[in-house]
Design a binder for this molecule. Sequence first.
Ligand code: FEO
Length: 174
Amino acid sequence: MLSEKLQTAINEQINAEIWSAYLYLSMSLDAETKGLKGVANWFYVQWQEELDHARIFMNYLNSRDCKVNLLPIAEVRTSWESVMEMFQETLKHERKVTSMINNLAAIAAEDRDFASSNMLVWFINEQVEEEESARDMIFATESVEGNKYGMYQLDKELATRTYVQASPLANAAE
Ligand code: FEO
């Protein structure tokens, strides 16, 4: 069994991952409304990935004989001024999630809970990718700022992003 402190923190993390999913779904819908189908697709994939993150934590609590407590999902913003603002908020949010994951890793280390530490390694690496991809998108958006044709091309490129199930879930299904 996990310590009470770690169980509570993982339950809060599940809530944060679902909230992240909700935030990106909201960005996807806002982009769709503005005719940016590629940006909408990019955030739709992001929403799917966040739900995977929540599922991995749920599976982990179940596998350690702990209870998943679904907490209320807070409201999210529904409109952004620009694509740049969406990606800037994405980076800011992912940095916050990174600090939450680091906090979980610190609790697991304190508890000498090696199984939990091991499970969290995947998330620590994932957060490096999450922050990098948000920074890449800020850079790509900056490079087409004020250029409508450039934005049209970028939107087409973002339409090609596809969802790939997170490896801990894909491996569990094998
Ligand atoms: Fe679940 Fe985007 O981190």
